[in-house]
Write a protein that binds this ligand. Structure first.
Ligand code: GAL
Length: 890
């Protein structure tokens, strides 16, 4: 009996110990330490070269996170990076929110689950084109507060929030030494750009922030980005389009690139930025070539500024960023695929890269250079699959000439380097990858209602389909102009916008009454003048109403208002509706910035002189009636007194619309096409999908073709000139039910809701073009026969690889030609040389499959169609949802 009891106790003890062990070990990794030296982060005792993908968790839904993380991992990321968003996590002082899209713990755990590391940039100022740079607007109300400087009230609040996040991560065992994925933290954000504005206090603040962060005992290194005076124990890091020249401020710190801007954001009425992948790959390769060790794509997935989270002035709802994963979670090709190849090439060099303390530099020509990394006696013992002989030397050969191809000689061999490109030689002999030679597939996306016949436009298109309008049955209700509730107040003088709204709404109504005498009217008629409203300065949008009628709209960022007005004799209601369109997220003294009006507000042109409205008595009303009644929610929408909207009704301003719609079938991401509307906000089943605004980009400024060569800037390869900046608005699938989805829209300027449609976003067409002289697939370097030396990497032929999105298969090969095909995607044609087998070989390999590869060689394509000619295989394939095809086709 005693023995049995002892056994049971022992068993319990073992279970207890096991639980303790697994808890202390965390769920993701064996606990490991992170330190660093001048060369790299040292993870569990080993230097590492790391690729990271920026994903801001609230810019997607938790349902999207696993797929985004998986696609990042498949694309070659070792880590995921995100800011934290203070105003999302603490919308009301002391009331925290870590739910839904703000479930940071869940996001970090998903990253850990997938075996990736996590870089957490706490800020808490984050910039990020996020409303108010992440600061809660209530922070402004703390007496005596000055942001981001040596100011006690600010420091107290900042410390409280940063501590909260660090403690939360520790409690959840998410730091590396707890077996969690977090290997690096960031305090502040690009404060170096602002420090000068704060004088000595700025310097003190940097020291304080560093000490405060270090004092939290997080146990992993901290960085400060763009902070040349970062103190000793904090790594200063680079944010830019290129960071290959970057040197941290101490020889003991590694070179880290926290923001590699792979695209850019845009404003309402702006063009769409585009950074060509050849240049991006060049920048990344140059970074690792010249001694960089950790690079993070800002953004790897940009996502969506749902709700009113976009920053300003005037940032659009989409935060696509031209990132490798698009706003909807689909791969953006060839960006994703070309970078995947690049990452694989860099990984093949990792052993040599981490072994060498610094590269050996070799000048190869006037604008050509090599950096060679040798594994020497001080090897860190990094375990890769490469054999000793292959791993001992890796080299990067760069041609920074923007115009000319260069032929260089390196270690006795000749290499041809396209302009503005880097070749990566994992074994110092064979080229695995060149940044300017894209072998990856291109994907043409469509945004359309349902499967439709052939797509003709070469770019991302929306096929207009009248039958696709969401519904013929709309209801509407007018928003009252001006004061709509008891909850208004009267003040002598102009109040600063944010002081009144606390950013609970974009809208602030101001109303005053103006008396106009017969004399005034006579004066205006005689002199042929009209009175004018003049405001010294205003942001972001002002709408002027006289006696309930909209008479003028002004848009701008601290612009002067000069608005002629026609008054009636007697009392006139002058209503000013001031609106924000995303609070300022960048700059010094953000707490003083505010919104609405600045300076004097007056009426000029009266007989007895100007009327100073800055001292007038104004009635204030925050927000819209519909907003505060929450008529966009399923529960409250009936409150509004909706009436049926007639098909022929004229566009109406300040109007709410509602309709119900069914979800489109399938799993493709869903977008609402709001191209027929003016400006406003939209909700689906109570979820705020964001602001919309139908502003058109300037006609000029988009090049016919984009030349990747030469230094990139956000104006360089713009697209979408002359078109509305944004017409599609992402509605995450998880916000939809099968039928009866409630769509509520608040429209300010007038639009036609009958033309609103629900669309699907799909990667419909894939193209690829690879020549016989292209490099072997990167994964072949890890082929055991290559590693063992049984097969030379040189003997492996290149391949074309096609991959539809998950749940999709290649339904048909629309074009295939092995020979000398002409043209580009959706425009291919056969050249003089064409193998008649092309289509059958490619179709056989690809049709019915999610992904396929075809060897680009005579043997792969059933013979040589033209001897002595360098041949290319060009393919265009069509992807369809596998559910529409049926299982029988597999
Ligand atoms: C950086 C900033 C980021 C983001 C980026 C532009 O300067 O650190 O948060 O705003 O610019 O997208």
């Amino acid at each position: 009996m005693v023995g049995f009891e002892n056994k049971a106790v022992l068993k319990l003890l073992l279970v207890y110990l096991f639980i303790q062990f697994s808890v202390t070990c965390g769920n993701f990794f064996q606990p490991f330490n992170v330190t660093y030296d001048h060369r790299a982060l040292i993870i569990d005792g080993k230097r590492r070269m790391l690729i990271s993908g920026g994903i801001h968790y609230p810019r997607a839904t938790p349902q999207m996170w696993p797929d985004l993380i998986a696609k990042s991992k498949e694309g070659g990321a070792d880590a995921i990076e995100s800011y934290t968003f203070w105003n999302g996590h603490e919308p009301v002082k002391g009331q925290y929110n870590f739910e839904g899209r703000f479930d940071l713990v869940k996001f970090v755990k998903l990253v850990g689950d997938s075996g990736l590391y996590f870089l957490l940039r706490i800020g808490p100022y984050v910039c990020a084109e996020w409303n108010f740079g992440g600061f809660p607007v209530w922070l402004r109300d703390i007496p005596g507060i000055e942001f981001r400087t040596d100011n006690e009230p600010f420091k107290r609040e900042m410390q409280r929030f940063v501590t909260k996040i660090v403690d939360l991560m520790r409690e959840e065992k998410l730091f590396s030494w707890q077996g969690g994925p977090i290997i690096l933290l960031q305090i502040e954000n690009e404060y170096g750009n602002m420090e000068g504005s704060y004088g000595q206090k700025g310097k003190e603040y940097v020291k304080w922030a560093a000490n405060m962060a270090l004092g939290l005992g997080a146990g992993v290194p901290w960085v400060m980005c763009k902070q040349t005076d970062a103190p000793d124990d904090i790594i200063d890091t680079c944010n830019n389009y290129y960071c290959d020249g970057y040197k941290p401020n101490s020889p003991n710190k590694p070179t880290i690139w926290t923001e590699d801007w792979d695209g850019w954001y845009t404003t309402w009425g702006g063009r769409l930025p585009h950074r060509p992948v050849e240049d991006l790959a060049f920048a990344v390769a140059r970074f690792f070539q010249r001694g960089g060790s950790l690079m993070n794509y800002y953004m790897y997935f940009g996502g969506t500024n749902f709700g009113r989270t976009s920053g300003g002035p005037f940032y659009i709802t989409s935060y696509d960023y031209d990132a490798p994963i698009d706003e909807y979670g689909l791969r953006s090709e060839p960006k994703w695929g070309h970078l995947k190849d690049l990452h694989a090439a860099i990984k093949l060099c990792e052993r040599a890269l981490v072994a060498a303390d610094s590269p050996q530099y070799m000048k190869l020509g006037p604008k050509q250079e090599a950096h060679v990394y040798w594994e020497n006696a001080h090897s860190t013992g990094l375990n890769t699959n490469l054999s000793e002989s292959q791993s001992t030397c890796s080299a990067f050969l760069a041609n920074i000439d923007e115009h000319n191809t260069a032929t260089v000689t390196f270690r006795g061999k000749s290499y041809s380097l396209p302009p503005w490109s880097v070749s990566i030689l994992p074994d110092c002999s064979n080229v695995a990858f060149n940044t300017a030679k894209v072998g990856a597939q291109t994907a043409m996306k469509v945004v359309e209602y349902a499967s439709s016949p052939k797509i003709s436009a070469p770019e991302l298109v929306m096929t207009k389909n009248e039958a696709s309008s969401i519904t013929e049955s709309w209801m509407s209700v007018k928003e009252p102009i001006g004061i709509w509730s008891e909850n208004n107040f009267t003040v002598q003088g102009m109040m600063e916008h944010l002081k009144v709204t606390k950013d609970e709404s974009d809208y602030l109504w101001h109303m005053t009454r103006i008396y106009v005498s017969d004399d005034d009217i006579a004066f205006w008629e005689e002199n042929q003048v009209s009175p004018t409203l003049v405001i010294d300065s205003m942001r972001d949008v002002l709408r002027v109403f006289i006696n309930g009628k909209l008479i003028g709209s002004i848009t701008g960022h601290w612009v002067k208002v000069v608005q002629p007005i026609q008054f009636q004799q007697g009392y006139n209601d002058l209503i000013l509706l001031s609106q924000t369109v995303g609070l300022q997220n960048y700059g010094a003294f953000l707490e003083k910035d505010g919104a609405g009006f600045r300076g004097q507000t007056k009426l000029t042109g009266f007989k007895n002189g100007d009327i100073d409205l800055s001292k007038a008595s104004w009635i204030y009303q925050v927000g819209l009636k519909g907003e505060f009644q929450k008529i966009f929610t399923v529960e409250e929408n009936e409150k509004a007194g909706w009436t049926e909207l007639k098909l022929d009704s004229t566009p109406s301003t300040f109007t709410w619309y509602k309709a119900y719609f069914d979800s489109p079938d399938g799993s493709e991401p869903v977008a609402l096409d709001l191209g027929s509307m003016g400006k406003g906000q939209a909700w689906v089943n109570g979820h705020h999908i964001g602001r919309y605004w139908n502003l058109t980009a300037p006609k000029d400024g988009c090049p016919n073709s984009c030349n990747y060569r030469g230094a990139y800037g956000s104006n360089k390869c713009m697209t979408n000139c002359g078109k509305p900046t944004q017409t599609w608005y992402h509605v995450p699938r998880s916000w939809l039910q099968e039928s009866n989805n409630l769509l509520v829209i608040f429209e300010e300027t007038g639009g036609n809701p009958f033309e609103i449609s629900v669309k699907l976003r799909e990667s419909r067409i894939l193209c690829a073009q690879v020549s016989e002289s292209h490099y072997p697939p990167l994964d072949q370097w890890l082929n055991p026969d290559v590693i063992d030396g049984k097969v030379s990497i040189n003997d492996i032929r290149p391949q074309i690889r096609l991959q539809c999105e998950d749940g999709h298969i290649i339904s048909s090969i629309e074009f295939a030609s092995y020979g000398t095909p002409h043209g580009s995607c959706q425009n291919f044609s056969e050249g003089n040389c064409h193998s008649p087998n092309s289509l059958s070989v490619v179709s056989k390999a690809c049709e019915g499959r999610n992904s396929c590869s075809v060897e680009v060689s005579n043997s792969g394509l059933g013979g040589d169609p033209c001897r002595g000619v360098l041949k290319t295989l060009a393919v265009e394939a069509r992807c369809v949802s596998s559910s529409t095809i049926g299982v029988s086709q597999f």
